[in-house]
Design a protein around this ligand. Structure first.
Ligand code: F6P
Length: 525
């Protein structure tokens, strides 16, 4: 029997009928202890989910459902290294990358090599072909080989190494790499080609352009050795590209792309923030792993986020989910989480190859507060859609300037409060307003949100935060009984792009394509 027809799911459906009629105003009025009841304070992170449209019974029923799918057993299977990514016959072991002393020898070995490499760049021991020290690092990768290090380098700007500039190139559009190369000096630039498979079109196209750019100045193939390193699981292809094995930092097929920033894929980040900070990031993630595996369900941060997402998606009908960091440094967190959550759980088929039968991952999006307030918050307040929000706030600013941080925090709290409680017609009238304007000034409220408070944005707390979302993704996959670790949905487009390339170059017969695509080919030729 599909678990979606199970008694636990049906109990949730019946309960949701009643809860859909409740307003957060009423839920707060009924229970003065609501904040305390629906807050978890663990490992320095405070998660306030009292503004979710739940009561104690909702949470209890969600936990019953999690037990009914034996989420704990699924966790143990992952931990034991079973091939839970069954469609690709791979284990899911990214936690081993940050296991510290308990990490497998091959992981320790690559970490050591990364550390030595970082130190040689930072100390200036590593030199370019002309004997000059390296001043610029360019990470060329896409998806999981880009988003994590890119997001974390920005998040940890306050912890950056001086005198080294780290750049990220992903898009196959020449408009990404060309303007960057125009500003850089080939003698002092080092490229990291980051690709798990080393077959990704975007990455290889950019890598070849970077190589040509270097050789145009260096004039000698030998220069490649001092200016290119690679990160991959595919040593055969890295060597074909001309990168010697001792310049390749390896990782393994049991590390999913979107879970890979803890592996050698984090090299650009480690260069940006220094090795000590990178280790602290790993330690923060490890602490979250320990919490996830040891904390009881009611205190378990990732499980709680997952249960709330399940509730909002499948029982309150939310089709999207906003991530709203009140931290400019976390500006790229939403785009990182888009891949993590949507590539993992945007699935229609369950682990038995049958339709999941209910909505899975909501569309995830977001921007830092307060910028979003001046663009799309209008819709969250009055657009009539259920849009659960994650507000993320830092108790201490990473860039303290008089007046700034308090204004930021005040806006964060103002928004979650306005979204939850809204403003009634009576409240509008009490402000003395023309009657004709009253309908425009009503805020329905009842928009569910969670607020997370992080003490300060450090490598350690960032590690905790990211591992928290990773485990949320795992839990949701288990709750929907789907494989969170494959991504078949990206393949068809890649295959068609391969067929379209010659057609756009004027070769071959476009007849296999539909009339629209043929028309567009002609328009572009
Ligand atoms: O196309 C999707 C994807 O396979 C992602 O899962 C992955 O993170 C990205 O492409 C990059 O892949 P690679 O690291 O192999 O270049």
């Amino acid at each position: 029997m599909s678990q979606l027809g199970s008694p636990a799911w049906q109990a949730l459906s019946a309960h949701a009928e009643a809860m859909r009629k409740e307003h957060l105003r009423g839920l707060f009025a009924e229970d003065p202890e609501r904040f305390t009841t629906f807050t978890i304070d663990e490992g320095g992170l405070l998660l306030d989910f009292s503004k979710q449209r739940i009561n104690a019974e909702t949470l209890a029923l969600l936990h019953v459902y999690a037990n009914s799918v034996d989420l704990d057993a699924q966790k143990r299977r992952m931990q034991a290294g079973e091939k839970i990514n069954h469609t690709e016959q791979r284990a899911v072991r990214h936690m081993d990358l940050r296991a510290g002393e308990q990490a497998p020898p091959e992981v320790k070995n690559v970490l050591k090599r990364m550390q030595v490499f970082c130190e040689s760049i930072h100390s200036g021991r590593w030199r370019g072909y002309s004997g000059e020290r390296i001043t610029d690092i360019v990470n060329i990768g896409i998806g999981g080989s880009d988003l994590g290090p890119r997001m974390a380098s920005k998040a940890l700007t306050a912890h950056q190494q001086p005198d080294l500039h780290v750049h990220f190139i992903a898009n196959v559009d020449g408009a990404d790499i060309a303007p960057l190369l125009a500003r850089l000096n080939p003698r002092t630039t080092l490229f990291i080609i980051a690709s798990k498979t080393f077959t990704t079109l975007e990455t290889l196209t950019n890598a070849h352009s970077a190589r040509n750019w270097l050789l145009a100045t260096a004039g000698n193939e030998n220069a490649v050795a001092q200016h290119f390193v690679a990160i991959s699981t595919n040593l055969e292809l890295t060597s074909k590209f001309g990168i010697a094995n001792d310049h390749v930092f390896e990782f393994w097929d049991w590390v999913g792309g979107r879970f890979s920033m803890w592996s050698a894929i984090g090299l650009s980040l480690a260069l940006a923030i220094g090795w000590r900070h990178f280790e602290q990031l790993l330690a923060g993630a490890k602490a979250m792993d320990e919490h996830f595996f040891a904390a009881p369900p009611e205190k378990n941060l990732p499980l709680t986020l997952a249960l709330l997402a399940l509730w909002n998606t499948d029982f309150l009908g939310a089709a999207s989910h906003a991530v709203l960091p009140y931290s400019q440094s976390l500006a790229l967190l939403p785009s990182f989480l888009q891949q993590l959550e949507m590539e993992s759980n945007g699935k229609q088929v369950n682990r038995d190859g049958e339709p999941v039968g209910v909505a899975t991952c909501p569309v995830l999006w977001g921007e830092p507060g307060t910028n979003g307030q001046h663009s799309f918050y209008q819709l969250i307040h009055q657009g009539g859609q259920v849009i659960p929000c994650d507000f993320i706030a830092l108790r201490e600013s990473d860039f303290p300037l008089p007046g700034h941080h308090i204004a930021l925090l005040a806006n964060c709290l103002a928004q979650s409060s306005a979204l939850a409680f809204g403003q009634t017609a009576e409240e509008v009238r009490a402000t003395v307003v023309a009657e004709a304007l009253v309908p425009y000034k009503i805020f329905p409220g009842n928009q569910p949100s969670t607020t997370m408070i992080i003490p300060a944005l450090t490598p350690y707390t960032l590690g905790q935060l990211l591992a928290l979302y990773e485990h949320k993704v795992f839990c949701l996959g288990a709750l929907w009984n789907l494989n969170s670790f494959d991504q078949w949905g990206v393949e068809l487009g890649k295959q068609l792009a391969g067929q379209l390339t010659p057609l756009l170059e004027g070769q071959g017969d476009a007849a296999v394509f539909d009339a629209s695509t043929r028309g567009l080919i002609n328009a572009l030729r």
